[in-house]
Write a protein that binds this ligand. Structure first.
Ligand code: GUN
Length: 294
């Protein structure tokens, strides 16, 4: 058996196009230009690439993009002042502080300071709590992307055995809530889980978000299962440039899974597309316009 490859590039491009159409409509009908502010502290090379991609795609979707690049030695107070200014800026509807922050800056204090209405990362405890209690919320982008990708395989996720590996606030924990909302049966596994391979083998839908290169082996996968690989890990390669791999042994998994996301070209593509969707949603909610279905 060779698994179907779930093409995140195409699915993300389709979502970006739908967001751009809705942005054009709210501009035309409501004179509203959604705006996203991204704050980058320091010079982490991977973060700089992500931030550039976010700015480019925000502008391509017809939205306003505001970049705030701050030196690595920025104090917590100065960073909180930038957040406060963005919270009260009417042109800004979404605020994203790129993580991880340089050592010494308490990211929770920064996330707590973001106005929940502009928290397009869905990381503020208000949004996390709303999601956990089944209330409408701004929802973290990577988990949202995982759900969209899974739904390209299954018309409905209802009743599926879903196993998530990883319990981060950014991915694993919000994924539990989103999968519960879809009526899946959810197991969340982590570094202390006993017999992880056997837990994974029960999954119709296996989602790996641990950050360990190729940790999930072919014999951890139930034949025919759908595998969503959230990991983006750079490993060394013969040419010295390094290459990106996921948390799943992709070549091995191809022989067992029914469908699988590649790395790169899978979940990563969806994160920014969902961020654009969240910015549009936040802008409409702030202005009291009926939220678009994108
Ligand atoms: N760093 C890696 N992924 C993310 C994300 O989704 N949001 C933020 N703010 N930082 C990240």
């Amino acid at each position: 058996m060779t698994a179907t490859i779930i093409d995140g590039k195409i699915i993300a491009a389709d979502l970006r196009a739908r967001v751009a159409d809705e942005v054009a409509r709210v501009k035309r009908e409501h004179h509203l230009t959604p705006g996203l502010a991204v704050v980058l502290v320091g010079h982490d090379p991977a973060s700089e690439v992500y931030v550039r991609t976010k700015a480019k795609q925000t502008e391509s979707a017809g939205m306003a993009s505001f970049e705030h690049k701050l030196p690595a030695e920025t104090s917590l107070n100065d960073l909180l002042s930038v957040i406060a200014a963005l919270n009260s800026d009417p042109a800004v509807h979404g605020i994203l502080v790129q993580l991880p922050l340089p050592k010494g800056l308490d990211s929770q204090k920064v996330i707590d300071a973001i106005d929940p209405a502009k928290d397009v990362d869905g990381l503020n405890p208000v949004n996390a709590g709303r999601l956990a209690t089944g209330l409408p919320a701004l929802t973290p982008c990577t988990p949202l992307g995982c759900i969209i990708l899974a739904k390209t395989v299954y018309a409905s996720l209802e009743g599926l055995n879903a196993v998530i590996i990883g319990r981060s606030n950014l991915v694993g924990r919000p994924l539990v809530q989103l999968l519960l909302n879809e009526n899946a049966t959810v197991t969340i596994a982590h570094s202390r889980t006993r017999d992880l391979a056997n837990v994974c083998r029960q999954a119709d839908l296996l989602l790996a978000a641990v950050g360990k290169p190729e940790m999930v082996k072919a014999d951890w996968i139930k034949p025919g299962a759908t595998v969503i690989d959230v990991g983006i890990n750079r490993i060394s390669s013969a040419d010295g440039k390094g290459r990106l791999v996921g948390d799943v042994d992709f070549q091995g998994a191809l022989n067992v899974a029914g469908a699988i996301t590649p790395v790169p070209g899978g979940v990563g593509q969806m994160t920014v597309a969902c961020l654009l969707g969240n910015t549009l949603r936040a802008a409409c909610a702030i202005r009291g316009i009926v939220e678009p279905k994108v």
